[in-house]
Design a protein around this ligand. Structure first.
Ligand code: SAM
Length: 260
């Protein structure tokens, strides 16, 4: 079978990596797992053995007969749909699960849209474990002051606890991708752990702050300074955007929310 580029198909072929990924996920018999893009089933079989319930969402109709034949008799709930149109609240109800664990070796061309789509469903997501381009994972987990810390780090770390679980080399896939990969686990923060009051204002502020990494915040945030109290969050006007923590951005966004 050919791999389809438009569906971002790079199939896992290294069994030791497959086992290591499933170990990162650590499925339990009491849990309901949703796999995005089961493909030829590299992860699906092991997940099915270990999880209480497994659903899988696959867009490529040519892969469905094989998945049906191998895994439906063992209890797989197969959904033939584009993951970006899935209502995860509804899916949780269909699966009679209060919370879902979402996993997958994501097609790299839609990994950001998938992450953004799932933001709306964090109340029904216990955690999400994904294989992504390593460069993206490094930006997701980056700490303030590092080269890779930026808009993506701040936006996602304000909503999730994030950890990198595993490096995966290109030869673990067929076809072999040009990039390094890594597995990342994201756990939605509870309401008490989240400090941002208005996500739209927060997103706007972070985007503006990082519009130029080389400028100081007194320049990138120039239009907002009369509504911001940098002192109150222990930030200096001469700092660069990558020096401010997620907590500081959250507090600054809350100042804007209070003043609007
Ligand atoms: N899980 C398999 C593995 O690890 O070998 C396949 C991973 S492959 C990188 C990505 C899979 O996601 C493919 O099976 C592809 O057809 C599927 N896919 C791509 N776009 C999708 C979408 N929008 N919704 C659901 N599945 C999608």
């Amino acid at each position: 079978m050919k791999a389809k580029r438009r569906f971002g198909q790079n199939f896992l072929r290294d069994q030791s990596i497959v086992r290591a990924i499933v170990q990162c996920i650590y499925p339990l018999a009491s849990q309901t797992i949703v796999e995005i893009g089961p493909g030829q089933g590299a992860l699906t079989g092991l997940l099915l053995e270990q999880a209480g319930r497994l659903a899988a969402i696959e867009i490529d109709e040519d892969l469905l007969p094989g998945l049906r034949q191998r895994f439906e008799p063992k209890g797989l709930y197969l959904v033939s749909q584009d993951v970006l149109t899935i209502d995860f609240h509804q899916l949780a109800t269909q699966l009679q699960a209060s919370r879902l664990r979402v996993v997958g070796n994501l097609p790299y061309n839609i990994s950001s849209p998938v992450l953004f789509h799932l933001l709306d469903y964090s109340s029904v997501v216990k955690d999400q474990t994904f294989m992504l381009q390593e460069e993206v994972v490094d930006r997701m987990v980056a700490k303030p002051g590092s080269k890779t810390y930026g808009r993506l780090s701040v936006m996602l770390q304000a909503r999730y606890g994030i950890e990198k679980c595993l490096h995966v080399p290109p030869e673990s896939f067929w076809p072999v991708p040009k990039v390094q990969s890594a597995v990342v686990r994201m756990q939605p923060l509870t309401e008490e752990q989240q400090t941002v009051r208005d996500w739209q204002i927060f997103a706007g502020l972070v985007t503006q702050a990082f519009s130029s990494r080389r400028k100081m915040v007194r320049n990138t945030l120039a239009g907002l300074l009369d509504r911001l109290d940098l002192d109150a969050v222990d930030a200096l006007p001469t700092q660069r955007p990558e020096e401010l923590t997620v907590e500081q951005y959250a507090k600054l966004a809350n100042q804007l929310a209070d003043s609007s």
